[in-house]
Design a protein around this ligand. Sequence first.
Ligand code: OSB
Ligand code: MG
Length: 375
Amino acid sequence: MRISAIELFLLELPLREPFVASHGQTTARTISVVRVSSETGQGWGECSALPAATYTAESAADSYEALAEKMAPLLLRGDVSSEEVPTLLGEHRDRPMAVAAMEMAVLDVELRAAGMSLARWFGVDQRSVPAGVSIGLDDIDATVTKARALAAEGYRRVKVKVQPGHDIDLVAALRRTLPTIELQIDANGAYGPADLEHLLQTIRIGVDAMEQPFPPATPEAARLLIERLSDSAPGSGPIPVVADEAVATMADAATLLSDGAMSGLSIKPARVGGLRAALALHNLCRDSGIAATAGGMLETGLGRHALAALAGLPGFTLTGDLSPAGRWLAIDPWPDLTMIDGRIAIRNEPGIAPAPDEGVLSTVTLDRRLIKAGS
Ligand code: OSB
Ligand code: MG
């Protein structure tokens, strides 16, 4: 297709509650979205970079600037397909979330023109996926109260953030209250190699998956944890040690796999540079027999609809961060996902998500840039 215009929007969306992880606190969701216009129609993409460069090196405002000033012009030079976007933007591979936004928008145009849903494009027949929810760092009583309320809403899995000094008692309290829920813990790399025994103790209380215990730069610590878990695994086998921040590319995943330093992967289309890259990583996990989970990024309904379709793939053996966008966002221009009986519906209509409400969009827009072909 030939793109005639690319429009960037920098949004600020209020959160229902702050999202706290060991890497920092998010109080308002600054996020950017892109609208691509071509002779075949329009499409939307989301750049899910967080407001500050805490989780990865990318931040919302910086990537918005790069999308508008550097990346948009590269896509206005000639014919473009969604498959070519990562290559055309190859010099910006240090901004995978921005690349993912452009790929998503161009793919959305293609899917709408073809009358095809994203689920169909992925080869997903399933109509829904189990709902999972994430809870930020908070004191034990508050976390247990939230977890109990969310379980009552129907969530099958809760993922809680942990860090040194905030783990054993938290997991024990959650297990007392919710003995059968799928319980995942995520440290965002807050532990060090010396915490190995302590982590094993935490996990043995009854954790179903451990996400990013150590910083990405210490894969040896993850390898040792996996080794210790498999030495002592009960009947159902060792729980997966899930990489999140440690994997940006297929090469990262392949190295960690061959080093025995990951036994599960959180796949976030934004973190890995797009929906095709996410699909490739899913296939790698499935073919390697390791666990996969669809990871969330406090997305708008746009990003969340894409995540739900992805999560319908068979390799996602762990429940993902699959809650409606409204779990976190108090205002969202996109129509939200629906959750019924603990499951999130996968959209079946052409394109990635329903169109946003333009009125809401303009009230939450901080900045807007329009880049046209030939200008
Ligand atoms: O570490 O999984 C993470 C959100 C933003 C950045 C990193 C992480 C998260 C989450 C997912 O925990 C929360 C969600 O989107 O529901
Ligand atoms: Mg994580």
